[in-house]
Design a protein. Structure first.
Length: 166
């Protein structure tokens, strides 16, 4: 346990309150992620419906110049769907990062709620380990998913006919 530095509250009470606040923040992040996922899934389903409608329009048998207009409009829809897929990929990346922050908050909260007596040096080592683990995972996440700019430069990443949404 950390030694008391004076004042009316003991350090354990301060640590317990800090842990309680971390738990509240983590729960709020979790609920925000669930809500964002529900909304993003609904948007993804709408894009899937649009892609199916585009495919049906492309299959309409009609003579030129109407065929040329339909092809141009279908290409425009495909481009818009590709841009939407990139935006949804950004949402997925953001969700992973927020989830990672939540894991870090939970780890800190568990350490703070553990009543095992520890010296200042032991606390420092534990907190540095949390920091190290957090940053290693953060960097792994940053490398695993292309940025929106990288995805938009790769036409295959934006092909609305070949990308599965959720």
């Amino acid at each position: 346990m950390l030694p008391s530095r004076g004042g009316s509250s003991d350090v354990r009470s301060v640590i317990d309150e800090f842990g309680r606040l971390l738990e509240i923040f983590s729960a709020q992040l979790a609920e925000s992620l669930r809500e964002a996922d529900r909304e993003c899934t609904a948007v993804g389903e709408s894009f899937h419906d649009l892609a199916e409608a585009k495919t049906r329009i492309e299959q309409v048998d009609c003579p030129s110049p109407v065929r040329t207009v339909l092809d141009r409009e279908c290409s425009s829809i495909a481009g818009a769907l590709g841009a939407a897929v990139v935006a949804l990929q950004y949402h997925d990346r953001l969700t992973q990062r927020i989830g990672h922050i939540r894991v870090g908050l939970n780890h800190l909260q568990k350490l703070l709620s553990d009543t095992t007596p520890r010296s200042d040096d032991e606390w420092l080592a534990l907190l540095q380990n949390v920091d190290r683990s957090y940053h290693l995972e953060w960097h792994r996440l940053a490398r695993s998913v292309p940025t929106a700019q990288e995805a938009s430069q790769d036409p295959a990443a934006c092909d609305a006919d070949s990308v599965e949404l959720f």
